[in-house]
Design a binder for this molecule. Structure first.
Ligand SMILES: *[C@@H]1O[C@H](CO)[C@@H](O)[C@H](O)[C@H]1NC(C)=O
Length: 403
C-alpha cells in the first residue's frame, strides 16, 4: 500500500495530527446543473422484464449493482487522482449529522479532519469506474468528492482516522465518523438493484434484515407478502423499520418465511422493491456435543464391534456424522446406522437424540486403535474419540492353535 511508503519523519507529523485533532465531517455541496445531470444519469430498472435467474444481471446496459454498504476501503493516497480538486461555487461548510440529503446530480463533498484518514463508501460506488468519486488527502483533512450523484449512491459514508506507529497504520474504528447520505431520486424511490429477487435465510432467533433501501428519507415504506397478498404488520418489536437499514425481523419464526417485498410511496410515486425470498432454517444455538462409546473397550478377535456416537440436541436440527477408524487405511468400508429419536425418557419435548453407530464385523488386528466421531450442525463441528484394543479370547475353554 502506498501508505507504507511515507518516510518516518512524516509519520510523526501524522501521528501528532491524529492525536491532536478530533475528527469530524464537514459537508459542502456544490450546486451544478442538477437537471442536466439527472437526465444524463437517469436510468430505470426494468424489473418486469427481469428474469429470475443469474441473467437478470444484464437487465440494464450498465447495471447499477449494489451490495451491502460494508465496504472495501479506499486508500486516501491510493490509485485515485491526487490532483487538487476544483470545488465550484464553494458552499458553506457545516458539520453533518447522522443523515443528510443531497439532490441527485449535485456534488457531495465530505471533509474529515485527520492525516491520514481512510474512507469507506457504499460498495456499489467502489465498482463505479466512471471517475465520479475522488478521494484526496490534504495536510489536515481528507476530502471525498462525488460528482454527478444519483439515487444509487445512497448509503453510508465513513471516515476512519488512522493511528500510525512507524510504518504500521491501522484504522481507529472507535473514532470512525459515519454519515448516511440520501440522494432523493425524483424517479426512483428504491436504490436500484440488478437482482430481480434475493434469497435470504431466516435463522431461528437471529435478526434478519430486508434492506429495501430508499433514496429519500421522506418515502413511506411498507412491507408486503406476495402470497397470500397482504401487508405485513410492522409493530416495532417483532418487525421494525429504519430508513437507513430497512426492515428487521428480530426473532425469525417459520411463519415469517415466503416471498416479501417493500413498497415505497412519496408524492404521486409508488414503487415496489426487489423481492425477498425468505427461507426459514432451523438454526441450532450451539455446535453439537457428541458422546462416543464402544460396545467393548477390548474386543475379541473375530467378534463384532459397535461404536456409538450420540448427540442430544434441539428438535429439528440436523446433525451430520463422520467417522475416522483404524480399519480405514486397510480398506475396511464404513458400515453405519443412523437414527433420530426423541430423547428416551426425556422430560423436554424440545430435544432429540441423533445417533450414528459404526459397525465392525469380525474384528481383525487392523481394527485396533482410535475411533473418532465428528458431529456437525450449522453452528460447527465437534469430534470425540475412543480407543479399542483387539485381544485374544480371554479365557478360552478350547485354546486356539497359535502360529
Ligand atoms: C458529469 O456530468 C457531466 C454532464 O453530463 C459530464 O460532462 C461529466 O463528464 C460528468 N463527470 C463525471 C466525472 O462523470
Amino acid at each position: 500500500m502506498s501508505l507504507m511508503k511515507v518516510s518516518g519523519s512524516k509519520w510523526r507529523l501524522v501521528l501528532t495530527a491524529v492525536l491532536v485533532c478530533s475528527v469530524f465531517l464537514d459537508v459542502a455541496r456544490c450546486q451544478k446543473d442538477a437537471q442536466k445531470h439527472r437526465a444524463a444519469t437517469g436510468r430505470k430498472i426494468t424489473q418486469g422484464k427481469a428474469k429470475p435467474d443469474k441473467e437478470s444481471r444484464s437487465v440494464t446496459s450498465k447495471p447499477r449493482t449494489r451490495a451491502t454498504p460494508a465496504a472495501r476501503q479506499l486508500n486516501s493516497r491510493g490509485s485515485r487522482s491526487v490532483r487538487p480538486i476544483k470545488v465550484l461555487n464553494r458552499g458553506k461548510f457545516k458539520k453533518v449529522g447522522e443523515t443528510i440529503s443531497v439532490p441527485t446530480g449535485e456534488t457531495l463533498e465530505l471533509r474529515c479532519r485527520g492525516n491520514p484518514v481512510q474512507w469507506s463508501v457504499p460498495s456499489y460506488l467502489q465498482e463505479d469506474d466512471e471517475g465520479r468519486l475522488r478521494i484526496v488527502q490534504n495536510e489536515r483533512y481528507g476530502v471525498l468528492t462525488l460528482v454527478n450523484s444519483t439515487g444509487a449512491d445512497t448509503g453510508e459514508y465513513t471516515c476512519y482516522p488512522m493511528y500510525c506507529e512507524d510504518t504500521d497504520c491501522r484504522k481507529e474504528y472507535d473514532k470512525a465518523v459515519k454519515v448516511f447520505v440520501f440522494f432523493p431520486d425524483p424517479q426512483e424511490l428504491f436504490v436500484p438493484s440488478s437482482d430481480y429477487y434475493k434469497v435470504i435465510q431466516l435463522r431461528t432467533n437471529w435478526p434478519t434484515v430486508l434492506p429495501c433501501q430508499v433514496t429519500s428519507p421522506e418515502a413511506k415504506v411498507s412491507l408486503h407478502r406476495e402470497f397470500p397478498p397482504a401487508e405485513v404488520a410492522v409493530d416495532g418489536s417483532e418487525i421494525s423499520f429504519n430508513v437507513r437499514t430497512g426492515f428487521t425481523i428480530h426473532r425469525p419464526r417459520p411463519y415469517h418465511a415466503g416471498a416479501l417485498y417493500c413498497v415505497a410511496s412519496r408524492g404521486g410515486l409508488r414503487h415496489s422493491s426487489t423481492k425477498y425470498m425468505l427461507i426459514y432454517v432451523h438454526y441450532p444455538t450451539a455446535a453439537p456435543s457428541p458422546v462416543i462409546q464402544a460396545s467393548v473397550s477390548s474386543v475379541v478377535r473375530g467378534e463384532n464391534l459397535r461404536v456409538t456416537c450420540t448427540v442430544v440436541g434441539e428438535q429439528g436440527v440436523a446433525v451430520d456424522f463422520t467417522w475416522d477408524y483404524p480399519g480405514e487405511q486397510s480398506g475396511r468400508p464404513p458400515y453405519t446406522q443412523e437414527n433420530v429419536s426423541p430423547v428416551p425418557g426425556g422430560t423436554s419435548q424440545q430435544q432429540q437424540q441423533s445417533q450414528s453407530v459404526l459397525l465392525v464385523d469380525e474384528v481383525r488386528d487392523v481394527d485396533q486403535g482410535t475411533y473418532t466421531c465428528t458431529a456437525q450442525n450449522l453452528q460447527g463441528a465437534k469430534s470425540v474419540s475412543t480407543t479399542v484394543k483387539v485381544v485374544n479370547k480371554a479365557k478360552p475353554k478350547k485354546p486356539e492353535p497359535r502360529g
